[in-house]
Write a new protein. Structure first.
Length: 144
């Protein structure tokens, strides 16, 4: 019995991308982020390869209604540093949700993806909206 391993080509991965529309209402942040990361990487596909960017497009709406479990509402903080002395900033989860709820989901998904050259390309295929209404152009399929 001869078994062959077929590796996906980048050109075929581009042609087979699909659009996934997710509603974040009453979804747990971590579980939703995991699902989005899998769709962006393409791990749900039969012809997945870690060195080929074969993921799909993902559109997420209602990020202001995402929920978290446990005491994270009071305990979770977002940390960033400017690189200068005393340049550290910590923002509580509650305030970050009030300011920009899309940033919370974007950071969660970004940190679940591998830190390599493909991460930025994968994140470009992610569209996040805080409300229920989306206004973005869906590209038309390429003519053959």
């Amino acid at each position: 019995m001869i078994q062959k391993t077929t590796l996906p080509k980048a050109a075929t991965a581009e042609k087979t991308r699909k659009w996934h529309f997710l509603d974040a209402s009453d979804q747990v942040l971590g579980r939703l982020s995991t699902k989005i990361a899998v769709l962006l990487m393409g791990k749900h596909k039969r012809d997945y390869a870690p060195n080929v960017d074969c993921g799909d497009f993902v559109v997420v709406t209602n990020t202001d209604k995402v929920r978290i479990t446990g005491n994270k509402l009071e305990d979770k903080f977002y940390f960033r540093h400017s690189g200068y002395a005393n340049g550290a900033k910590t923002i509580p989860y509650k305030r970050q949700m009030e300011n920009d709820s899309t940033r919370v989901l974007e950071l969660a998904v970004k940190r679940m993806l591998d830190d390599n050259k493909m991460r930025d390309r994968r994140l470009k295929r992610l569209r996040i909206f805080s409300g229920a209404q989306t206004q973005f152009p869906v590209p038309k399929p390429a003519a053959k």
